[in-house]
Design a protein around this ligand. Structure first.
Ligand code: SF4
Ligand code: SF4
Length: 164
């Protein structure tokens, strides 16, 4: 999988695919969630996250307090110690986020997460393909098209499916 090539394609196609997502947000096609599930399976057959890791390298998840506590405890740290070392509050929306990228839990050699079983729900749900509130988060999905190859492939396939 050539991540750079997919990023370039994502940048080129973002506008067109964003318009398509807007259209389905306004008039949601029948059976969208089922279609999303099928398209997600096709997407994951093509995309290898371990060859990419852009989400962990370039974005930050949002953490719930209980998730911070869980990870801190796992590492033998107090909530405050972990928070002060790695996290901050986003002044725009009050979310708890990483201070810097890449994420402190990403192994840069093999692109694996060292707290995989304990990772925040935000990481588990990313890249949002099968969320019940898909249309409510489609603006986030649109923004991710140039930086998440899976999102690009998923939206392209969805467009192909719904427009044919
Ligand atoms: S979810 Fe997207 S950005 Fe994250 S590793 Fe997979 S393809 Fe890359
Ligand atoms: S916690 Fe793990 S999955 Fe989540 S951003 Fe960090 S490295 Fe990636």
């Amino acid at each position: 999988m050539n991540v750079n090539k997919l990023e370039r394609r994502g940048a080129q196609k973002k506008k067109e695919l964003k318009k398509f997502l807007k259209r389905i947000e306004k008039k949601s096609p029948k059976g969208l969630l089922k279609t999303n599930a099928e398209v997600a399976v096709e997407t994951w057959a093509e995309v290898d996250c371990l060859a990419c890791a852009n989400c962990c390298k370039k974005m930050t998840p949002t953490f719930k307090k209980a998730e911070v506590k869980r990870i801190a405890t796992h590492l033998g740290l107090s909530y405050k110690e972990y928070f002060d070392k790695y996290l901050e509050v986003d002044q725009d929306n009050g979310d708890i986020v990483n201070k810097s990228t890449p994420c402190q839990h990403l192994n840069m050699k093999d692109h694996k997460c060292d707290v995989y079983e304990l990772r925040p729900a935000d990481c588990r749900l990313f890249p949002h393909f099968q969320r019940k509130d898909f249309n409510d988060v489609s603006y986030v999905i649109a923004e991710n098209i140039p930086r998440c190859p899976a999102t690009l492939v998923f939206v392209e396939k969805l467009q192909e499916r719904l427009m044919s």
